[in-house]
Design a protein around this ligand. Structure first.
Ligand code: ZN
Length: 408
């Protein structure tokens, strides 16, 4: 990939993604796959006025060895230096950039039960810091190609060709392959905001999903819920783009109020394993049955992680003709695959999907219907023939998605 284009992409992540301002602290989490690109990102952060930039390198094969050899007890312990880092990030409201490049199969073979128990035990130890950062810091998730990931997506190509191809796909779907990616993002963002405005003007109380594969599902929305998309704002008023790419218009539904069954339309890559051809049934707002041709055990463990893991945290609407879907590529990475089609997420909801959320504490947001959980896992249910109908307070029915695409 041309260096000049990668520089533009780095700038997009720093200026539009994080929106780094003068004097800020930045943490970049990255693998060892594209170190030159990561250095370019660091430089762009300083050019944007960052005071200090720290890269937290990770190497998946080494992490896998930890997962294999360390005891569950040790994996469950927040180390003193780990805690000090969290505390520093929270104190500085540090910007956090996550650059993904991992092998989707990279953790295959690790004890899933052990890892999920460790994650469960770690969660309360970092919650204090997460809560301090929530809605108060700028963050962004984006991706660069790793060799193993690229080979997984393009198995028939040489490693070099596969990486180049994945770069192209990442930049294309991130709208970063043109002359001015930042301007392209601005335009895309304005478009998404317009869709939100219309949806929010309807004051919907529920969404009904139907598609020929058997999906027949209704979910209720919060009284003061709002649809969101694209950029977000911290409580301090700083605008940032948490996901690049992002195509979704989403809301957090009322926790504990959903009925019916949904069928997956794409495999779900969860903790290094693929869950395929699955269905999730909701009764009284909670998952009461899951079935999967592949990975059913994993799926069952996922919804049992905590109370909120069996309830919905997100409903996202994406037209079937999205650039990611049109690319025809299965990325085996949620950041991309979740933007390919309509999805739901089990687990944690988003406070910012409530009107005036910044006036409420996290507890109050929960009371108003935002789900709470240690997980947030998206899974795809969008299809070419999916219809979504909105129901208003007066019982009026409004077409939202017709045959897979926007009805308005
Ligand atoms: Zn989503």
């Amino acid at each position: 990939m041309r260096k000049s284009q990668l520089k533009k992409y780095a700038k997009l992540l720093v200026k539009a993604g994080l929106n780094v301002k003068k004097g800020q602290t930045v943490f970049v989490q990255a693998g060892l796959d594209q170190p030159e690109f990561v250095a370019t990102v660091v430089e762009e952060c300083y050019k944007a006025g960052a005071r200090e930039v720290y890269v937290e390198w990770s190497y998946q094969p080494a992490e896998k060895l930890n997962a294999l050899y360390m005891s569950q007890e040790d994996l469950s312990r927040l180390t003193p230096w780990g805690e000090a880092k969290w505390a520093y990030k929270a104190e500085k409201y540090a910007c956090r950039l996550f650059i993904e490049s991992e092998d989707p199969d990279g953790m295959k073979g690790v004890d899933v039960q052990k890892m999920s128990e460790a994650r469960k035990a770690l969660f309360p130890q970092v919650k204090k810091y997460r809560d301090l950062l929530e809605n108060r810091h700028q963050w962004c998730i984006a991706a660069v190609p790793g060799a193993a990931w690229a080979k997984k997506v393009f198995p028939d190509l040489s490693e070099k060709r596969a990486i180049e191809k994945l770069w192209q796909a990442i930049l294309y779907t991130s709208r970063a392959d043109g002359k001015n990616p930042i301007a392209a993002w601005k335009e895309h963002n304005a478009n998404l905001k317009k869709r939100c405005e219309y949806l929010n003007s309807l004051s919907l109380t529920a969404l009904e999903y139907k598609s020929a594969n058997g999906t027949d599902f209704k979910v209720w929305l919060n009284e003061d819920g709002v649809f969101a998309a694209g950029s977000e704002k911290t409580r301090g008023g700083r605008v940032f783009h948490p996901n690049i790419p992002s195509e979704e218009v989403f809301t957090s539904p009322k926790a504990g109020k959903a009925e019916g069954i949904v069928y997956s339309t794409k495999p779900l890559s969860y903790q290094g394993e693929l869950i395929e051809n699955f269905s999730v049934r909701f009764t009284g707002g909670k998952v009461t049955e899951v079935k999967a041709e592949k990975g059913e055990e994993q799926l069952k463990k996922m919804v049992a992680m905590d109370e909120g893991a069996a309830m919905l945290g997100e409903c996202a609407i994406i037209p079937f003709d999205s650039p990611i879907n049109n690319s025809g590529i299965l990325f085996y990475n949620t950041l991309f695959d979740e933007n390919a089609s309509c999805h739901l997420a089990l687990g944690k909801g988003f406070n910012e999907c409530l009107k005036d959320y910044d006036k409420y504490s996290d507890e109050e947001c929960k009371r108003r219907g935002i789900n709470e959980s240690m997980i947030h896992v998206d899974f795809m249910i969008g299809s070419r023939d999916m219809n979504i109908t909105g129901v208003t307070a007066s019982g009026e029915r409004v077409a939202i998605l017709k045959d897979g695409n926007w009805a308005f």
